[in-house]
Design a binder for this molecule. Structure first.
Ligand SMILES: *[C@@H]1O[C@H](CO)[C@@H](O)[C@H](O)[C@H]1NC(C)=O
Ligand SMILES: *[C@@H]1O[C@H](CO)[C@@H](O)[C@H](O)[C@H]1NC(C)=O
Ligand SMILES: *[C@@H]1O[C@H](CO)[C@@H](O)[C@H](O)[C@H]1NC(C)=O
Length: 378
């Protein structure tokens, strides 16, 4: 594991030296057109690389996706900072809620009318804990993402006034995705990390859940009223972990056990928070199980493989980073994983379908139901 940590750090350094570190400001200007299934509403996104749409482009960090072949299927075929060949999960959700593309909070174009669509505050590498992702140095940890939302709110108030701002935020959809890095980029990656000495996994999980509860509570206090909260994916099955620890392609037990403890406790915590507030503000998405379906039966979903990443090198294409020098698969739609950790656009679209119309993995209701209830009230 320690060799791998070093490998990652060196690979990142090498990568950035070759391609030039720094905030090359690549402003995404997506051209996909939202299919308006519901009245338009603003969209706010918080979390890690699964949902970052370019904030890290503006930071001096190694956790970035601003070089080819990232974005190869994105409108314009260029990297934007999304950790995907094309759309990421917020894009796949955003297409169906009637907002235009939302900008990263750090994008200078996030002013004027663009503010009305919402904003994305996510930053690759972060976790629930402040000490997760320390190797990525300058990233926007959760408390600061929430501070940035307050800054955004003030800018919006300056533009449209207090009343309209409240209404926009009341009606907005929120998405928060974090927790995976607290395991794969911290507890299990860094040998003898503070937390892994302090806690065994059965105690670490309730600890990070209690920290997550504070984050969600603050999000509520800041005005969020409809919030999708995703669980972690099947951490032990991602190509990066298979490449390092799997003997014959089986998912790795300790990480699967961690995800198996985290996700149900997340659902319980969220449901107790909803009870305390007195209404269903938070909706959990069991991304673990949605992804596990693709992983156990990829062919049923039209995928060729769920073990091998489309872009990477080494076993399962799961080692190091996805760079211009990596092996890149021919048919990107045939892969559940685009790189060693992140789903392909096609997998993201399937997850979004489940979020809107699924019956099994959404608690207490799916997004279509929420939106219908909502339009009856207004
Ligand atoms: C994380 O950092 C924020 C901001 O510095 C601080 O308010 C918070 O208490 C920290 N959380 C933990 C668990 O240390
Ligand atoms: C949800 O189902 C409706 C009705 O079948 C369909 O029009 C819509 O595209 C679906 N949404 C997603 C995100 O798949
Ligand atoms: C989810 O959405 C579908 C169609 O959009 C709806 O028929 C179904 O009842 C919903 N399921 C739940 C559990 O809300």
């Amino acid at each position: 594991m320690s060799n791998f940590t070093l490998y990652i750090i060196f690979a990142f350094l090498a990568f950035n030296l070759t391609l030039g570190v720094g905030a090359e400001n690549i402003s995404p200007s997506p051209t996909f057109s939202p299919r308006v299934e519901n009245k338009p509403r603003a969209f706010f996104v918080f979390g890690d690389s699964l949902v970052d749409n370019g904030n890290n482009n503006y930071l001096a960090t190694t956790a970035r996706a601003d070089s080819p072949p990232y974005g190869i299927d994105y409108p314009g075929h260029r990297p934007t900072g999304r950790f995907s060949n094309g759309l990421n999960l917020p894009d796949a959700i955003g297409e169906h809620i009637g907002v235009g593309p939302i900008l990263p909070f750090l994008d200078p174009a996030l002013t004027g009318q663009n503010l009305l669509n919402g904003a994305n505050f996510a930053s690759a590498g972060i976790g629930i804990l402040n000490d997760t992702g320390i190797q990525f140095v300058n990233i926007i940890r959760m408390p600061y993402q929430l501070d940035d939302f307050e800054t955004y709110r003030q800018r919006l108030t300056d533009l449209i006034g207090t009343e309209k701002t409240k209404k926009l935020i009341d009606n907005a959809l929120f998405l928060i995705t974090c927790g995976g890095n607290d395991f794969v980029n911290y507890y299990f990656l860094i040998p003898n990390s503070l937390r892994s000495i302090q806690y065994k996994i059965p105690d670490y999980v309730p600890f990070i859940i209690s920290e997550y509860k504070k984050i969600l509570t603050r999000l509520y206090e800041l005005g969020a009223r409809k919030v999708l909260v995703t669980g972690t994916g099947p951490l032990g099955c991602v190509p990066a972990i298979l490449a390092q620890h799997s003997k014959q392609g089986e998912c790795v037990a300790d990480l699967q056990q961690a995800a198996g403890l985290f996700n149900p406790q997340l659902i319980n915590m969220v449901s107790s928070l909803n009870k305390k507030i007195g209404t269903n503000i938070f909706i959990t998405v069991e991304t673990n199980l949605i992804n596990l379906n693709f992983i156990t039966n990829p062919k049923a979903f039209g995928f060729k493989t769920s073990q091998e990443a489309c872009c990477g090198q080494g076993p399962y294409n799961g080692l190091g980073l996805c760079t211009p020098l990596s092996n890149i698969c021919q048919d990107r739609n045939a892969y559940v994983f685009w790189d060693a950790y992140h789903p392909s656009e096609r997998a993201n679209r399937l997850i979004a379908q489940e979020i809107f119309n699924g019956t099994k993995y959404m608690n207490p209701m799916n997004l279509s139901t929420l939106m219908v209830m909502d339009s009856n009230i207004v």
